[in-house]
Design a protein around this ligand. Structure first.
Ligand code: PHB
Length: 386
């Protein structure tokens, strides 16, 4: 018997060993999310949603166990590149999941692209991520800031509103949401007469509310989210403005916030890619599972996290868990239809959901679906070259 391995046999043995080790290795998933500050609840909901889907798959994706890495990005753009590189360079994650704040997400997308690490954006709507920053490894399971806000334009016009004042935080998400609303509203024949803003994440709204009262527009359109949204809706109501000038917004204004907003939010109309009362078997099952796992109702952020795990599952199934097949993994993700609780959606060439935008109305602790405001709305992906 010749025990000397030929060169070919040795190579084959090494390949087998490498393959075996690779299959046994855990998949490294890095959460870059806000776990403190005005968006802390949003970050937690995203993580909960992601982990719920993984738990439903028996704790694995594509047959691989998962090892999680976490960074609290504090919704602080100044620390974003450093935080992203902790996950990319120090922890060497396979996939990045994050984040909430658009400014932070743009730095995250740049770092992910530089390192060719796959990124799934689970909230931040920065248009640029699936615009000029788009790339084969960049995905989003949420929305662009343009999408839900644009959809409110025709809805508000159909209600007979001719003039609007807008108010938001002065940063990418606020500016782009206002831009989306303005485009939809003015295309339908309305006019935005004044654009008001304050720095992120300030909540001193009083002087701006006084200005709105003096301007007397037909309506106000706003983008606020998280803790800031709670305070804005309360202040608008306390000033008595809601009696004379109806308030509209992208749905973040009233998502995950209703418990705190209480009476001040009742009746508000918003547009978003998720709603309460969809009453589909898919959504009902998701909500029941989420409530059981976390003793809380899911919101849009939980859905976006859940769908990021679903998207990963579709890619990993296609490559049978072999993450080394990065290109095939990405191609499969881009071509999939995500069976989301919000309703099934596909991804655009730029990697952003093509999705229905719902008109919702606050009723008690729910954003009840009224109707589909715009069906299968695709972001224009301006500036994306693939
Ligand atoms: C964003 O910064 O893109 C952002 C933050 C919170 C939201 C929505 C968008 O609820």
């Amino acid at each position: 018997m010749n025990h000397v391995l030929t060169r070919a046999a040795l190579a084959a043995a090494l390949t087998l060993a490498a393959g075996g080790a690779q299959a046994a290795d855990k998949l490294k998933v890095g959460f870059m999310l806000p776990y403190s500050g005005t968006f802390a609840a949003l970050g937690n909901a995203i993580e909960n949603g992601f982990k719920l889907y993984v738990a439903e798959q028996g704790g694995k994706l594509g047959g691989r166990e998962i090892e999680y890495f976490k960074v609290d990005d504090e919704s602080n753009p100044a620390k974003a590149a450093e935080n992203a590189n902790r996950l990319i360079k120090r922890d060497q994650v396979d996939v990045l999941i994050g984040t909430v704040h658009s400014g932070v997400a743009m730095a995250l997308a740049k770092a992910a692209k530089d390192a060719d690490t796959t990124l799934i954006v689970t909230n931040a709507g920065a248009n640029a991520i699936t615009g000029p920053l788009c790339g084969p490894g960049i995905f989003r399971t949420s929305f662009t800031n343009w999408q839900p806000a644009y959809a409110m334009g025709p809805v508000a016009r159909a209600k007979g509103h001719q003039t609007a004042v807008t108010i938001t935080w002065k940063y990418a998400a606020g500016d782009e949401a206002i831009g989306g609303f303005k485009e939809g509203f003015e295309k339908a024949g309305g006019k935005v007469v004044r654009e008001l803003s304050l720095p992120f994440p300030n909540v001193e709204f009083q002087s701006l509310l006084t200005e709105i009262a003096a301007l007397k527009p037909d309506m106000v359109f706003t983008f606020f989210a998280g803790g800031g949204a709670v305070k804005f809706v309360q202040d608008y109501h306390a000033a008595g403005l809601d009696k004379t000038i109806p308030l509209y917004g992208s749905g973040f204004l009233t998502d995950g916030t209703l418990q705190a907003q209480g009476a001040s939010a009742q009746g508000l109309l918003t547009t978003l890619h998720y709603a309460d009362g969809l009453n589909t078997p898919r959504d009902n099952a998701f909500r029941a599972d989420y409530a059981k796992a976390y003793k809380a109702q899911p919101d849009v952020y939980a859905v976006q996290g859940y769908d990021a795990a679903q998207l990963m599952q579709s890619g990993l199934t296609a490559v049978k868990g072999d993450f080394a097949k990065k290109e095939d993994f990405r191609r499969a993700m881009r071509g999939t239809t995500v069976d989301s609780p919000r309703g099934p959606f596909t991804l655009s060439a730029a990697g952003n959901p093509v999705q229905d935008i719902y008109l919702r109305q606050v009723d008690g602790l729910e954003n009840k679906v009224v109707e589909v405001a715009v069906k299968k709305l695709a972001d224009p992906a301006r500036g994306c070259k693939l």
